[in-house]
Design a protein. Structure first.
Length: 149
């Protein structure tokens, strides 16, 4: 009995199977990589939006605090809600820096109102840097995520 036709058929079927498995694995790896990239871009976008909202709100509050003395601080609710959202997705350095910025805002509200001359002197002295640590922490977190790409 001659087995060479069977052997040829077996080799052919093995080649088809290996080709099919290779195609499946390649497609699976490609899709996994694409999905991971998309997920990462969504995470970066979420953080960028959240950081932007916080910086805008904190800046508005700080400028208001410099010219208004308040005992009731309901205006701070939105900023603290943003910090709460940050705590869900950001590292501790970012949220700690955001909380430090809020302490500076509360301190400014509790301080006496500033005149335009006071504000000019503060600007010259570099006293408006209450968000510097938050900016650095946020930028570092975004860079860390981007480096995973």
């Amino acid at each position: 009995m001659d087995i060479s036709p069977y052997f040829s058929a077996l080799i052919g079927l093995t080649g088809v199977a290996v080709g099919g498995v290779t195609s499946f694995v390649t497609t699976w790896l490609t899709q996994t990589t694409v999905l991971r990239e998309k997920r990462l871009l969504v995470e970066i976008g979420k953080r960028e939006k959240l950081f932007n909202e916080f910086i805008t709100e904190a800046s508005r509050l700080y400028s208001d605090a410099l010219s208004h003395e308040k005992d009731e601080l309901t205006d701070l609710v939105k900023s603290y809600a943003l910090i709460g959202r940050m705590k869900l997705i950001c590292n501790d350095r970012v949220t700690d820096a955001a909380e430090q910025a809020m302490v500076a805002i509360v301190d400014a509200y509790l301080a006496p109102n500033r005149s335009l001359t006071d504000l000019r002197d503060m600007a010259r002295a570099g006293d408006f840097k209450f968000l510097d640590e938050f900016d650095t922490a946020g930028r570092d977190e975004l860079q860390r995520l981007r480096s995973k790409r």
